[in-house]
Write a protein that binds this ligand. Structure first.
Ligand code: ATP
Ligand code: MG
Length: 567
């Protein structure tokens, strides 16, 4: 591509809403333009990157025997009613009505449609296993679209769905996708980590998120500094600091704590560290009112609580409910004498002489011990955090930020039961198909790559996903000899299969260098009059400061070498 013909509108005034660097640079470098909230047009440069990511995805998916299909964006209500998600999905699902009063939605995901397809077409165990994928538009009416294409409302996803005869097969399919995703993100040149994610009530280690490590990531990754344990914040566990539980009982005292409701208020009023306080949180659930106990300096992980008790519904109790069930106002709840089922975090078992609410206005109890109340059990109910002990080894946990670019998940029978997707096994018996689903955010992957690769001059993309591999840059476009060489190199590179661009514009050298850096082309071949006199030209890697001088006859070979090496 010649720069003189390229539609590459760079932007000077970046809107304030562009908070993260990838968003700013994608606007600035003319990769994307905003049409409306969370809805973007991909311009030629951005789209070239997107296509490269898509091709890598395709190749790696095909290698695993997955087959590409293309399903509709517009889907009928009936299928979503069958899966019971029409009402449950919430406002992210954009519903609308056609001229015949039929209710439809824009697909946020495709489990319904793909399961419907498979239940109609798959009859026997001989048709399985099957993995179908597509690279297609999704629409999710996100509450807070932001960071450009990173969290858009309309975005491209690669979504795959696997269908197996049994659990064992489904696990094999899962591992194949784990492998494919690892290859995909490696080939994209990203620094990433596969982390364990929550599977809901299914349990097991069959949900992983692929996280690109970046400071601006919205997700928190908890990992071990010693072994390879890594999980997202929702799922991460930590090992309890074990010691002998206290045998003390009945030594507690009642103290007045006027107006002290919050943990920090009680802590400073009683001059007791926050981790010597116990929080008692009352919840309304579909299984009745419950209380959850956690150390004063920790937070309850409601996902863990839901999974433990198999809850469909969980919400903090309001002040009226608290007053009715505990006898005291909000802020003064404690476990002693409390007549609701109590579930304690495992740390609580090892606490000693701590402070709890007195279930009475302006009263707390001090020197309370676990023997002073009864719980249904001690469970892992809190968020893990940096400094905790690793659940697998004796290492320490550390916390990093990441961008979720991919997610693989074993669905089990969820959709096949809901939509009645069955097959006939060898004995001729009807059985439900075991499913898995696997997503990659294509645009988000490009944005994440930029989040990881940039400097003050612009984008630094890995060779495999950059819009062009090399920019041939004649410093002075009116110098005939420079242009002749530039043209020759450019054409030879194209013939050798290199994705080359040439900046043939009649622009000042500064402008050409700046644009080349801004749009993130990994290699630059600079042809200047002075070097040319000595039969030389320069090659520079975008990542590095210095350039090297190479004999003009050797340029093409060198460039081909670099491209191969870095791709
Ligand atoms: P998130 O937690 O970031 O909202 P999700 O858990 O809803 O993501 P999935 O339903 O697992 O995401 O979708 C698969 C992939 O699609 C994600 O890993 C992500 O890369 C991408 N994705 C999801 N939502 C968006 C969005 N609003 N904009 C761009 N990409 C997205
Ligand atoms: Mg989401």
């Amino acid at each position: 591509m010649l720069f003189s013909r390229m539609f590459m509108p760079t932007m000077k005034e970046i809107p304030k809403e562009a908070e993260v660097v990838s968003h700013r640079l994608m606007l600035k470098a003319g990769y994307i333009r905003r049409l409306s909230s969370g809805i973007y047009t991909w311009l030629p440069l951005g789209l070239k990157s997107v296509r490269k990511v898509e091709n890598i995805i395709r190749e790696e998916m095909n290698k695993k025997g997955a087959q590409e299909i293309l399903m509709p964006l517009v889907q009928p209500k009936e299928l979503w009613v069958e899966s019971k998600r029409w009402d449950k999905y919430g406002k992210e699902l954009l519903r609308f009505v056609d001229r015949n009063e039929r209710e439809l939605c824009l697909a946020p995901t495709h489990e319904e449609v793909v399961t419907d397809l498979v239940r109609r077409e798959v009859r026997s165990y001989k048709d399985l296993p099957l993995n179908l994928y597509q690279i297609q538009t999704k629409f999710r009416d996100e509450i807070r679209p932001r960071f450009g294409v990173m969290r858009g409302r309309e975005f491209t996803m690669k979504d795959a769905y696997s269908f197996d005869v049994d659990e064992e097969g489904a696990e094999k399919s899962y591992m194949a996708m784990f492998d494919a995703y690892t290859n995909i993100f490696k080939r994209c040149g990203l620094l990433f980590r596969a982390v364990e994610a929550d599977t809901g009530p299914i349990g097991g280690n069959f949900s992983h998120e692929f996280m690109v490590l970046a400071e601006t990531g919205e997700d928190i990754i908890i990992s071990c500094d010693t072994c390879d344990y890594a999980a997202n914040l929702e799922k991460a566990e930590s090992a309890p600091v074990r010691k002998a539980p206290s045998t003390k009982k009945g030594v507690f005292r009642r103290v007045e704590t006027p107006g002290m409701r919050r943990v920090d208020e009680v802590s400073s009023f009683l001059n007791t560290p926050v981790d010597r306080l116990l929080k008692t949180i009352v919840y309304n659930t579909d299984k009745g009112i419950i209380g959850v106990l956690v150390k004063g300096d920790r937070e309850i992980n409601e996902t863990k609580l839901r999974n433990l008790l198999g809850l469909e519904y969980l919400d903090l109790a309001d002040s009226v409910t608290i007053e009715e069930t505990t006898g005291g106002p909000l802020g003064f709840t404690g476990p002693v004498g409390l007549g609701i089922p109590l579930y304690a975090d495992r740390d609580v078992e090892f606490m000693e002489d701590f402070v709890v609410g007195g279930n009475e206005k302006d009263v707390h109890l001090v020197d309370v011990n676990p023997g002073d109340f009864s719980v249904r059990g001690y469970f892992d109910l809190k968020f893990a955090r940096e400094g905790d002990l690793c659940p697998r080894c004796n290492g320490r946990l550390v916390s990093t930020k990441g961008i979720e670019v991919g997610h693989i998940f074993k669905l089990g029978l969820k959709y096949s039961v809901a939509l009645n997707a069955k097959f006939l096994d060898k004995e001729g018996k009807e059985r439900y198909i075991v499913m898995g689903c696997y997503g990659i955010g294509v645009g988000r992957t490009v944005a994440a790559a930029i989040e990881q690769g940039h400097d003050e001059n612009g984008i630094i993309l890995p060779m495999a996903v950059a819009p062009f591999e090399v920019d041939v840059l004649p410093v002075n476009s009116s110098h005939q000899e420079s242009m002749e060489l530039a043209n020759r190199i450019y054409n030879e590179l194209l013939e050798r299969g290199i994705d080359a661009a040439m900046d043939d514009r009649d622009e000042r050298p500064g402008v050409k260098f700046k644009d080349c850096d801004l749009i993130g082309i990994p290699l630059r071949v600079t042809i200047g009059e002075k070097n040319l006199k000595e039969g030389l030209a320069e090659i520079k890697l975008r990542r590095e400061k210095d350039s090297i001088k190479v004999k003009k006859e050797e340029i093409v070979e060198r460039v081909v070498d670099y491209v191969k090496r870095f791709k």
